[in-house]
Design a protein around this ligand. Structure first.
Ligand code: XMP
Length: 512
């Protein structure tokens, strides 16, 4: 396995993604915590990430010097190259011409790092981003590639297997960067790329058994991908020592509660407590119109109900959570660690800490798309694991104004038609999130000979990579038209459909 030493670059996570895509297991650790884990982790190779600091200044972050004495290959990227250079006796200065963006590098020397990229003199597009510049490389190093702004775009000490790259091979803007990283891990470090979801599954099953022993585990099932995959994996490990608690808020998509119950209880035979708490939730939400009050009410009720149900499960010592790797990666600037933080209640059902349950988090080493792959590996239907994100407060935040049972039913029906048409058009996987919003506005329409006065429904669909920014999705008009016609004909209470063309920012994805 590979150790990624994090110096705080925005794109460090992408290094891990690229490595894992080629079947190499790796972990990211902040530079100032590496010394403590180095012996236990015993990396087969080390990658030093980029970072915002300047390596020529006193007190700038460094990698533990021992890394260079382990006898394993080391790859320094951007800042990582600078600090490696400085730490091994080279010279780094603050550059006058900072180089950012697309650049062409030229191969000056053969190296296993560039295998398959091209011959001597070949040029390759890369993404540069650096402020410092190297003025002297350490002894033993040679120049492998240059660019107009960087005489040391790639340097190598083939004997010690130390490599420095001034650009970012991990980003998509370096089209063949993944090959370069793969050369480092496979050719240079000799890793075989045998880290697959099948091996992860086996490893985790053993780990869960060792952690839990014969104690009982409770898992809050939300119907979402993460908690579902966690539940199926844990069940595989410990069977009926696992009990899932599914709190049905009455604010899920149409038929979703039934689907969850059927899948877990009947298909997987996982002990499942299904709490139909829709009366409680809808009752307490009566008259509530403020979005944050809705969220808080739902969060509070969720904990109350979950708490009450899990207290009935005798001898439970562990709580399973679908925590993912991005939630636990410590960044150098926030040392201290988010790892102990229980994920927000609207997603999983974080418990008040007086319950003192120990956590089982079998997904905490995985990225979202790896969780999906693991889900498929565990036999969950691909359609299920590929579902769009769904917010914890559910349809409550898609009904601006007061929520009633009738409105929820109208929204569920319309939303189901919308998603069905999107799937039929083959567009579901091109969209990050698609949903309908039932507006508290009535407009006039005409159906047959009669005048109608009913609600407006807004359709929303966005593309995004992480939900932080988003663009509205450009539907073919006929798909939108079909959705509108069907919704107005089939859903009583809606007589007008509009499409939201706001991007984020300035809008948000949800309407509340
Ligand atoms: P916004 O609306 O903030 O949404 O652009 C970004 C992403 O977060 C989801 N979202 C939530 N998820 N509880 C959740 O679990 C919430 O209160 C919540 N609000 C928004 C939203 O669906 C989108 O994926």
């Amino acid at each position: 396995r590979v150790l990624i030493v994090d110096f705080g670059s925005q794109v460090t996570q992408l290094i891990a993604r690229r490595l894992r895509e080629s079947g190499v297991y790796c972990e990211i650790h902040p530079f100032d915590k590496v010394e403590a884990i180095l012996d236990a982790y015993a990396p087969k190779a080390v990658i030093l990430s980029g970072g915002p600091a300047s390596a020529h200044e006193a007190g700038s972050p460094t990698a533990p010097q021992r890394i260079f004495e382990l006898g394993v290959p080391v790859l320094g990227i951007c800042y990582g190259e600078m600090t490696m250079c400085a730490q091994l006796g080279g010279q780094v200065e603050s550059g006058h011409d900072r180089e950012f963006g697309r650049a062409e590098i030229r191969i000056e020397r053969q190296s296993p790092l560039l295998e398959g990229l091209g011959d001597l003199g070949h040029t390759e597009t890369v993404w540069m981003s650096h402020g410092d510049k190297i003025t002297a490389i350490p002894q033993g190093f040679e120049v492998v590639a240059t660019s107009e702004g960087s005489p040391f775009a790639i340097i190598a000490d083939e004997g010690r297997r130390f490599y420095g790259i001034q650009f970012h091979p991990e980003v998509a803007h370096t089209p063949r960067g993944a090959l370069l990283l793969r050369n480092f891990t496979h050719r240079i470090a000799g890793l075989t790329g045998d880290w697959t979801m099948a091996s992860y599954r086996q490893e985790q099953v053993a780990k869960i058994r060792a952690q839990v022993g014969d104690a009982k585990v409770i898992c809050g099932l939300s119907g979402g991908v993460d908690s579902s995959v966690a539940a199926v994996l844990i069940h595989e490990a410990i069977g009926d020592q696992l009990t899932c608690v599914f709190v049905d808020t009455g604010l899920l998509r149409k038929d979703e509660a039934t689907q969850v119950v059927t899948m877990f209880r009947d298909h997987y035979n996982i002990p499942l407590v299904h709490v139909d708490a829709s009366d409680l939730f809808l009752g307490e939400l009566e008259g509530v119109t403020d979005p944050e009050t809705k969220r808080k009410t739902i969060g509070r009720l969720f904990i109350e109900v979950f708490d009450k149900e899990s207290a009935k499960i005798e001898g439970a010592e562990f709580l399973a959570q679908g925590t993912l790797y991005p939630d636990v990666i410590e960044s150098p600037s926030t040392s201290g660690g988010p790892s102990a933080v229980i994920k927000s209640h609207h997603n999983v059902g974080g418990l008040p800490d007086y319950m003192k349950l120990k956590l089982v988090e079998p997904l905490r080493e995985l990225f979202k798309d790896e969780v999906r792959a693991l889900g498929v590996e565990l036999g969950l239907p691909p359609q299920f694991v590929g579902r769009h994100p769904f917010p914890g407060p559910g349809l409550a935040i898609r009904i601006p104004g007061e929520i009633t049972r009738d409105k929820v039913a109208i929204l569920q029906a319309a939303d189901a038609i919308y998603l069905e048409e999107i799937r039929k058009a083959g567009l579901y996987d091109s969209i990050w999130q698609a949903f309908a919003v039932l507006l508290p506005v009535k407009t006039v329409g005409v159906m047959g000979d009669a005048r109608t006065y009913e609600s407006v429904l807004a359709l929303r669909a966005v593309t995004s990579t992480d939900g932080m920014t988003a663009d509205f999705f450009e539907f073919p008009w006929e798909v939108l038209g079909r959705c509108a016609t069907r919704i107005i004909n089939e859903v009583r209470g809606v007589n007008r459909v509009v499409y939201d063309v706001t991007s984020k920012p300035p809008g948000t994805i949800e309407w509340e």
